[in-house]
Ligand binder design. Structure first.
Ligand SMILES: Cc1cc2nc3c(=O)[nH]c(=O)nc-3n(C[C@H](O)[C@H](O)[C@H](O)COP(=O)(O)OP(=O)(O)OC[C@H]3O[C@@H](n4cnc5c(N)ncnc54)[C@H](O)[C@@H]3O)c2cc1C
Length: 463
């Protein structure tokens, strides 16, 4: 039984382990931190003693590989599907986005038509813009979305209240740092191709429970040798083959195949310099990343009338209700998380200033929030949260197979055809596993098909 060593216990590494162990490989998964999950994980907040997620993670219905991974590992029952999304307009009115009986791509049309913060002219221009975007078949356009929107005569209202709201949340970047190709993928996959593509899934338990505990348990019960707090120092390569990995404590582990599923910026340091200098790997340094901030707020009472809301034209982009938590003094607090993607605008501001602005915004929308007492708060910024979908960035993303015969890469930064999301990470793990099966002469398909495209979308847009 060939032995595959996977370095990195984020979603990419875990997905590769799931695929390979089911295909009769012996798998060892090495993770340097005490928990699995990588960027999708939790930590213990020292001031409250509670386990909190680094940031709320959500998933859309079009992410078929992530959902497959959750089903395979038995964690799908811990995801709640939202069949309605709540938008709060600048006029403070709440709108719920729901699918009507109409087939895709018209299923959300009635909800969009009811948005009170867009004029009828905005709605007309938006429909026009969406049609034009969908028609860019096989769009490889490296044009910036901000330029394309001007070219398509999109109004300031559609830009700031629809295009920006959707794309900044989905791609964690501002419109002047997103290509038309990537924007098109978001709108086609999530909103136009299939009536379930936009439905949001939210974990009902902390990320740590989901990945570190439950997926970790699944992997161990399927005989994956999962080792946490085991960092890899170096990968020994000779005769164009990985020979073994050297752990930080000096121990060696032999490998027939190796998947490097660490963040892109750490790859070069683990490889011999001759390999790391190969253009496909040395150019990883040029990848640009976007920050995401999450603002954790504990109030003395609940105020949000819905489980989540998207706030339009405000600093706060999303708010999620995370339920009641017990405080160290035994009292209950209502825990909310506000997410701000592409949060460079917060760089020079103190936590106090950020929290004050957010609480003011929430109080403007919900008078109950003004009456509530803020007990605690915390701002967490992940500076390299997601890849920027800049022109040219996609060309810098390497394939999972490398110039070394038994060395493979996985991670949301490898070439998957997807933005760097949990779906992208799982796809990369499955692709790396497929490449290993091919190398051993037993080709297998792990990557799942996309949601089927509705007949009307095919007819209207040739999708
Ligand atoms: C704040 C934030 C919010 C996000 N929100 C969403 C969202 O809502 N929806 C969504 O789909 N995506 C979201 N993402 C993106 C998503 O988290 C990532 O795309 C995904 O988790 C990446 O997984 P990965 O396995 O590719 O990499 P990582 O999660 O970075 O995993 C790499 C792993 O390698 C380990 N490692 C590093 N060096 C070594 C070593 N020497 N030896 C052993 N192990 C090592 C690391 O500890 C880590 O666990 C968000 C990301 C952030 C940061």
């Amino acid at each position: 039984m060939p032995h595959v060593v996977i370095v990195g216990g984020g979603l990419a590494g875990m997905a590769a382990a799931v695929a390979l162990v089911k295909s009769d490989f012996r798998v060892t998964l090495l993770e340097s931190r005490p928990r699995l999950g990588g960027r999708a994980s939790s930590f213990v907040d020292q001031t409250t003693g509670t386990t909190i997620d680094n940031c709320q993670h959500v998933n859309l219905g079009c992410c078929t590989n992530f959902l497959h991974f959750c089903q395979e590992t038995g964690i799908a029952d811990s995801l709640r599907t939202e069949h309605s999304l709540t938008f709060v307009g600048p006029n403070r009115r709440l709108h719920s986005l729901k699918a009507s009986w109409l087939p895709a791509p018209l299923h959300l049309l009635p909800s969009f038509a009811r948005l009170s913060y867009l004029s009828w002219y905005d709605k007309w221009r938006l429909a026009w813009g969406l049609r034009a975007l969908a028609h860019r078949r096989n769009a490889t356009s490296e044009m910036l979305m901000s330029d394309w929107l001007v070219q398509q005569r999109q109004t300031p209202g559609t830009i700031s209240r629809v295009w920006q709201v959707v794309l900044v949340s989905a791609l964690s970047e501002t419109l002047d740092r997103i290509t038309v190709r990537d924007a098109r993928k978001v709108f086609v996959d999530a909103f136009l191709a299939n009536r379930h593509g936009w439905e949001m899934q939210v974990p009902t338990v902390p990320l740590d429970t989901l990945y570190s505990e439950r997926v970790g348990e699944w992997l161990r019960s399927h005989h994956v040798d999962v080792r946490q707090q085991v960092g890899v120092k170096q990968i020994a390569i000779a005769d164009n083959r990985v020979q073994h990995v050297v752990l930080r404590d000096g121990q060696l582990i032999d490998a027939d195949d190796l998947i490097l599923a660490v963040p892109a910026r750490l790859v070069a340091a683990l490889l011999p310099s001759g390999i790391a200098q190969h253009p496909t790997l040395s150019q990883l340094e040029q990848l640009e990343w976007a920050p995401i901030s999450s603002v954790h707020l504990w109030f003395d009472r609940p105020f949000l009338p819905v489980p989540h809301a998207t706030l339009v034209d405000r600093l706060s982009q999303w708010i999620f209700s995370r339920g009641s938590t017990v405080q160290p003094d035994g009292t209950l607090a209502e825990y909310y998380q506000v997410v701000i993607s592409a949060s460079r605008m917060l760089a020079n501001r103190t936590q106090l200033e950020i929290v004050a602005d957010i609480v003011r915004e929430l109080s403007e929308i919900w008078p109950e929030a003004a009456a509530a007492r803020l007990l605690k708060s915390r701002v967490v910024t992940e500076h390299k949260a997601c890849l920027s979908m800049l022109p040219g960035n996609d060309k810098l993303r390497p394939d999972q197979a490398t110039i070394v015969s038994n060395l493979f890469l996985a991670g949301d930064w490898t070439r998957t055809g997807w933005p760097s999301t949990m779906e992208g990470a799982v796809r990369s793990g499955y692709l790396a596993a497929e490449a290993i099966c091919r190398r051993h002469g037993t080709p297998r398909a792990f990557v799942q098909p996309d949601l089927p495209v509705s007949r009307l979308s095919r007819l209207l847009f040739g999708l």
